[in-house]
Write a protein that binds this ligand. Sequence first.
Ligand code: PEP
Length: 248
Amino acid sequence: MPRKFFVGGNFKMNGVVDSITSIINNLNKAQRDPNTEVVIAPPSIYLLLARQLADPQIAISAQNVYDKPNGAFTGEISVEQLRDAKIDWTIIGHSERRVLLREDDDFVARKVKAAIDGGLSVILCIGESLEEREADKTIEVVTRQLNAVAEHLSKEQWAKVVIAYEPIWAIGTGKVATTAQAQEVHSAIRKWLADKISPEASDNTRVIYGGSVSEKNCKDLAKEPDVDGFLVGGASLKPACSKQGSMS
Ligand code: PEP
């Protein structure tokens, strides 16, 4: 079965009730490609609103979750609370959290494990800094980040993971990876899945690209064989892109 194209919109810390309502109303009205899975990730305070407003075909994702079930963890949200609010997905390991909030590989991996054990699906973000790319360490970095998660998950649990390759130098910078750069890393990730997890995981896991994706560049990126979709930040107020390059 071919991998279903996946488009995630990460609103980050943007939006208020009015603007989020209007984005969702527009998405509800848009002619969406039935072959594309659409998931939006508003700030946590608007998750319930988003779930109430969005068409049931549109999934809602948190931008983060904590690895402990409940307790004295001020400011955090648990997997159970997300499930209670009918939120099916969470982003984990976004570079803004890895860098600004110093989340390390093991913490990210423990959150992925807690999320999946509790019934969520996960958009796992990985990617290298500009310095690491220039030092030719891209594959080493993404492999390290993936190995950390593999320490915690069973082979079957990878069915609940979408891997988002997001080079840090491309996020919010307007500097998008070339199609060749994206394909090279995506195919290395697929090989890692085959070697370390299973041939099924390699065939079935969606590997999506994030980093200054826009209506202009998504069509070419989508043509690459190992690009199964996008995680879109800044442009996520705009229409989504399908594998065929059509806008929905
Ligand atoms: C992101 O936040 O995941 C992202 C890819 O951002 P942008 O599209 O703005 O680069």
